[in-house]
Each structure stands twice: as C-alpha cells, then as structure tokens.
Design a binder for this molecule. Structure first.
Ligand code: NAG
Ligand code: NAG
Ligand code: NAG
Ligand code: NAG
Ligand code: NAG
Ligand code: NAG
Ligand code: NAG
Ligand code: NAG
Length: 225
C-alpha cells in the first residue's frame, strides 16, 4: 500500500473520530401521561406521545443551549400553530427562539473552560412540566419534579403552569434588572427553591444550581420523571 493511500485512510479514520467526538447527543423521552412537544435550541422540535423519544446531536462548543417541553399545542401540516405553554414563535420546529413562560428549562453550554460542560435546570421562567436531566458520564443528574403547578401561589397561576414573578409583576427586584447587587432570593423564588433545590430559582442562584461534567458526555432528558 502506498504512503499516500495509507495516509488518506488514516486521515479518514481521524476525521470520523473527530466528527463522532464533536457532538453531544441529547435523548428526550416523554414519560408524562399526556403529549409533550419537545423543543430545543439549537435542535428544533418534535411531538412526543407518551413513551416516545427524540434525539438530537448538539455541536461541540454550543453555548446558550436550551431544552424544554411545550403543552397543549396545535400545529397545521406546515408546522405552524401555537402552544399553551413554551411556545416558540408559533412553529413546531423551534428555530432559535426560546419558549414563552412558564416553561421548565434545561440549560447547557458544552466544552467550555477546561473542556467542561455546564448544565442546569431552571424555573426562573416558571414551571410547566417536571424534568430530569441525566449525563451519560458519571456526573450529577438534576431533577425538578415537585408539584409546583398544583401548589402555585394564586398570583402566579396560569393555564398549564406556574408563572415566574418577573413576567407577572415586571419589577426590578423580580427581574434583576438593576444588576447582580440587587438580585437576591425573594418570597417567590423561595417557593420554587423549596420544591426544587437543585434548580435555578432566580437569575443569580448559581451556587446551588449549576453543574459540570467532562466535555464529551451525552445527556438524557426525561419529561415527568
Ligand atoms: C432514548 O431513550 C429511550 C428511553 O430510555 C430509549 O428507549 C432509546 O433507545 C434512547 N435512544 C437513544 C438513541 O439513545
Ligand atoms: C447523531 O450522531 C451520531 C454519531 O455521529 C449518528 O449516528 C446519529 O445518526 C446522529 N443522530 C441524529 C439525530 O442526527
Ligand atoms: C431558521 O432560521 C434561519 C435564519 O433565520 C433560516 O435561514 C432557516 O431557513 C430557518 N430554518 C427553518 C427550518 O425554518
Ligand atoms: C462515580 O463518581 C462517584 C463520585 O465521584 C464515585 O464515588 C463512583 O465510584 C463513580 N462511579 C463510577 C462507576 O465511576
Ligand atoms: C391541555 O390538554 C389536556 C389534554 O391533553 C387537557 O386535559 C387540559 O385540560 C388542557 N389544558 C388546558 C389549560 O387547556
Ligand atoms: C417592564 O417594565 C419596564 C420599565 O420598568 C418597561 O420598560 C417594560 O416595557 C416592561 N415590560 C413589560 C413586558 O411590560
Ligand atoms: C471540543 O472542541 C475543543 C476545541 O474546540 C476541543 O479542545 C475538545 O477536545 C472538544 N471536545 C470534545 C468532547 O470533542
Ligand atoms: C415514569 O412515570 C411513572 C409515573 O407515571 C413513574 O412511576 C416512573 O418512575 C417514571 N419513569 C422514570 C424512568 O422515571
């Protein structure tokens, strides 16, 4: 075998190895008793009947990644319509637009500082569906599965979920719009934190809510764990 040929085979092997290592797979499964329209940025969206799964590959280095579930949607054949919670600009396949509140969020940034993945569950935008996020590597899984909708304070109740106080009251305190100094826990954020201690309950809730894993892990997301 010529040097050129073995070199090109070597290169081919190297290229496919790099391609395989460059994406993280997110496998979303609907364990709820109702249909969930899964949504991902980047990624798109898919209708998941109870028991169904949807897989996406997310590119190495992605920041600002989000996965959430939408409820009570109706879409036409072109994938246009709307959802009661988590709607992303009225399309089945979300295209860069995050969901409307309330929606329980999985958030992630892949291969950051020291090639670490950063991930969390957030109820800063309120709560609609219970969630669990599990890395394939030996790192912490995160869950928010309390009955937040059922126990939601009256003022925050909306059809399909429990809204966040910033969306409802739009004050600097709840929205943390005056910078990090004035951004602390509130009575409402404590309501969420007591029920989901591992989830973000207000924007600066980093200390107890952010998790890391070695870059290269895959992840599974379970709706209604
Ligand atoms: C996704 O998760 C479901 C449920 O655990 C499993 O049946 C399925 O094989 C998984 N798919 C992939 C590609 O990992
Ligand atoms: C994700 O990447 C793997 C490995 O490269 C590939 O086998 C799989 O088909 C991809 N899945 C999707 C949904 O693109
Ligand atoms: C998503 O948005 C981009 C940029 O706005 C556009 O080029 C692309 O066609 C859109 N994709 C879909 C599936 O709508
Ligand atoms: C997973 O990590 C924990 C704590 O870091 C360790 O105690 C345990 O042995 C690890 N398990 C495996 C299978 O590597
Ligand atoms: C959402 O749809 C379910 C059926 O899947 C229904 O039971 C429920 O009443 C709907 N919720 C609202 C607020 O319309
Ligand atoms: C929230 O209040 C600010 C001023 O404090 C205003 O500029 C903004 O438009 C309000 N947002 C909404 C959604 O009402
Ligand atoms: C992701 O890409 C960076 C360089 O951009 C590289 O250092 C790192 O090894 C890659 N990680 C994985 C898991 O592919
Ligand atoms: C799926 O939901 C059922 C309750 O409806 C629960 O008992 C079960 O543990 C859930 N499955 C997983 C894998 O969490």
């Amino acid at each position: 075998m010529g040097v050129t040929k073995s070199l090109s085979i070597l290169l081919l092997v190297a290229v496919s190895f790099v391609a395989a290592a460059e994406a993280a797979n997110f496998n979303m499964t609907n364990n709820c008793t109702y249909t969930v329209w899964a949504a991902a940025v980047p990624g798109g969206g898919a209708r998941l009947k109870p028991g169904e799964s949807w897989n996406i590959n997310v590119t190495n280095g992605t920041t600002g990644g989000r996965i959430w579930g939408r409820t009570n949607c109706s879409f036409d054949n072109a994938g246009r319509g709307k959802c009661l919670t988590g709607d992303c600009n009225g399309v089945l396949e979300c295209n860069g637009t995050y969901g409307t509140a309330p929606n329980t969020l999985v958030e992630f940034a892949l291969n950051q500082y020291n090639d670490l993945d950063f991930y969390d569950i957030s109820v800063v935008d309120g709560f609609n569906i219970p969630l669990k996020l599990t890395p394939s590597y030996n790192c912490s899984s995160v869950k928010c599965a309390a009955d937040i909708t059922g126990e939601c304070p009256t003022e925050l109740r909306v059809p399909g979920g429990c809204n966040n106080p910033c969306t409802v009251f739009n004050t600097t305190e709840y929205c943390c719009t005056s910078g990090s100094a004035g951004c602390g826990p509130t009575d409402y954020s404590k309501f969420f934190k007591e029920r989901c201690p591992d989830a973000y309950s207000y924007p600066m809730d980093d200390a107890t809510s952010t998790f890391t894993c070695m870059g290269g892990s895959d992840y599974s997301v379970l709706f209604c764990p």
